[in-house]
Design a protein around this ligand. Structure first.
Ligand code: AMP
Length: 122
């Protein structure tokens, strides 16, 4: 599958639509989710054009991957999530429930996040 240049996160990266920015550096942009599922709900996206977490791991450079996870460390510190913890989710593809085809990590915190998954299949 080719990267869709018109996905909503590509437009946010190009500054064509606004976001509530939390953190930005040469590797990532992080912003508040428009429909938060927890008191803290942040999306972290790489600046490179990667559709999914697995593509990012396969095709991303070591510098991009290190930059991405270093940014997560900085963001959870900045947002005061280190003491009580947080959850990271990378929905991927149809079964994963991915809606936006630009790799993004959800960071959820500010309360106990609850059940890890919702499925009746097991
Ligand atoms: P996913 O289902 O993992 O692809 O998650 C996509 C997320 O993007 C959802 O949690 C949406 O609420 C969020 N979202 C969609 N559009 C925007 C936007 N313009 N600004 C911030 N978050 C958005």
């Amino acid at each position: 599958m080719a990267y869709d240049q018109n996905n909503i996160f590509a437009k946010i990266l190009r500054g064509e639509i606004p976001c509530k920015e939390v953190y930005s550096d040469e590797y990532v942009l992080a912003f508040h989710d428009i429909a938060p599922q927890a008191p803290v709900h942040i999306l972290v996206i790489p600046r490179g054009q990667y559709i999914s977490i697995d593509e990012f791991g396969r095709e991303g450079s070591a510098e991009e991957i290190k930059g991405f996870y270093t940014a997560i460390d900085k963001i959870v510190a900045q947002e005061g999530l280190k003491e009580n913890g947080f959850r990271c989710i990378a929905n991927t593809g149809d079964h994963g429930g991915q809606e936006v085809p630009h790799f993004h990590m959800h960071i959820l915190g500010g309360c106990k996040i609850g059940r890890m998954v919702e499925t009746d299949a097991v």
